[in-house]
Ligand binder design. Structure first.
Ligand code: SF4
Length: 229
C-alpha cells in the first residue's frame, strides 16, 4: 500500500496528481525510530562488571527471583565488545578509573551507563577518601542514576526501566553517539591520588578556558581603570 503525505502538497514539495498515490514523502527517521528503539530497549546486554557491595545487589537482580529476562537484559556479557550497558555498581577508586574508562571505550555504540548507588553517583560514605572518585559522571556520561546504599534489586530494575524509557525518546537522526566532536573520546584518564580530582584528559581544555578567563579579567580591569582615570 502506498502512502502520500497530504501535508507536503501544501508545503515546499508539490506532488503531481498522477503520482500522488504512488509516492511517500516523509521523515524516514521518524518511521524507523519506533522499530529501532523497540529492538534496542529489549536487548540491553550489561557488561559483567562489579566494583563493591552494590554489585551483590546487581547479581541478585540477575537471579531467577527478579527475572531480568523479562526486559531482555539477562545476558550479562563477559566482554565489553558485546555489551550495551555498563552498570557502575560500587565504590569507584581512582586506581580503577582508567580500567573502567578503558572498558567503556571498548563498548560499541550505542552504549549506556547506569550509576548504581551512592558511591558510584557521588562517592557515598567514602566521598572524602583520598583515593575515591566522588561520582563516575566526572569521567563517563551517565544516563540513569539509581539512589540507595545499596539500591535494592527493585530499585535497579526501576532504573533499567527508566533507561528503556530514555531509549524510547531517542532518534536515529539525533542520537548522541553520532556526534564526533568529543575531544576526550578514546582517551584514558590518569589517576591522581589526593583530595582533588582533575580529569587529566581535559588538561588542554582547562588551560585554554583558564587563559580565556584571565584575558577577560585583565580586559575588564583595564576598562575599569580607564573609566576611573
Ligand atoms: S553505595 Fe553503599 S552498598 Fe553501594 S558500594 Fe557504596 S557503600 Fe556499598
Amino acid at each position: 500500500m502506498t502512502v502520500a503525505d497530504t501535508g507536503s502538497a501544501n508545503g515546499d514539495i508539490a506532488i503531481p496528481d498522477e503520482v500522488a498515490r504512488n509516492v511517500f514523502i516523509g521523515n524516514i527517521a521518524k518511521l524507523l525510530d519506533p522499530l529501532y528503539n523497540w529492538s534496542r530497549r529489549n536487548s540491553i546486554w550489561p557488561v559483567t562488571f562489579g566494583l563493591a557491595c552494590c554489585a551483590i545487589e546487581m547479581i541478585c537482580t540477575a537471579s531467577s527471583r527478579y527475572d531480568l529476562a523479562r526486559f531482555g537484559m539477562e545476558v550479562f556479557r563477559a566482554t565489553p565488545r558485546q555489551s550495551d550497558l555498563m552498570i557502575i555498581s560500587g565504590t569507584v577508586t581512582k586506581k580503577m578509573v582508567p580500567v573502567i574508562v578503558r572498558l567503556y571505550n571498548q563498548m560499541p555504540e550505542p552504549r549506556y551507563v547506569l550509576s548504581m548507588g551512592a558511591c558510584a553517583s557521588g562517592g557515598g560514605p567514602f566521598k572524602e577518601g583520598y583515593n575515591v572518585v566522588d561520582g563516575i559522571d566526572k569521567f563517563l556520561p551517565v544516563d540513569v542514576y539509581v539512589p540507595g546504599c545499596p539500591p535494592t534489586p527493585q530499585a535497579l530494575i526501576n532504573g533499567l526501566i527508566a533507561l528503556q524509557e530514555k531509549i524510547d525518546q531517542q532518534s536515529i537522526a539525533t542520537a548522541p553517539w553520532y556526534r564526533k566532536d568529543d575531544p576526550t573520546a578514546g582517551m584514558l584518564p590518569v589517576p591522581v591520588l589526593g583530595p582533588d580530582l582533575v580529569d587529566l584528559r581535559q588538561l588542554d581544555i582547562i588551560r585554554a578556558k583558564a587563559a580565556d578567563y584571565e584575558a577577560q579579567v585583565t580586559e575588564s580591569a583595564g576598562v575599569e581603570a580607564a573609566a576611573q582615570a
